[in-house]
Design a protein around this ligand. Structure first.
Ligand SMILES: [Zn+2]
Length: 95
C-alpha cells in the first residue's frame, strides 16, 4: 500500500489487480489541462474527441501554437483510457 500526498488516498495492490481503471476523474483531467478545456468550448461538436472532427477548436489552437502538442497528446490518451474504462465497467456508458 502506498499513501498518496495530502488527502489524495492510497494505492493498494491486490492479487489479480492488473490495472487501475480511470473512471470518474473527468474533473481532475479538466483541472490538469485547463487550456484544452477552455479551447474545447468552441469545438463544433459537444462530444468532440479533438482527434478528427471538423471544426475542432482544440486542434486549431494546437496548430496556432496556443496548445502544446505533447500536452494535447497526453490529454487525448488519458481521455481515451477513461472512455475505454467506463465502457468496460458499463457497456451502456458512452463518453
Ligand atoms: Zn475538439
Amino acid at each position: 500500500m502506498v499513501a498518496l500526498p495530502g488527502d489524495a488516498g492510497v494505492i493498494a495492490d491486490a492479487p489479480g489487480l492488473r490495472s487501475l481503471p480511470l473512471v470518474g476523474h473527468e474533473r481532475g483531467l479538466a483541472r490538469a489541462f485547463p487550456e484544452i478545456v477552455e479551447a474545447s468550448r468552441a469545438c463544433r461538436f459537444g462530444d468532440c474527441t479533438h482527434t478528427h472532427e471538423p471544426g475542432c477548436a482544440v486542434r486549431e489552437a494546437e496548430d496556432a501554437g496556443q496548445i502544446d502538442s505533447l500536452r494535447l497528446e497526453t490529454f487525448q490518451n488519458l481521455a481515451s483510457s477513461m472512455r475505454v474504462s467506463a465502457q468496460m465497467l458499463d457497456p451502456d456508458v458512452h463518453l
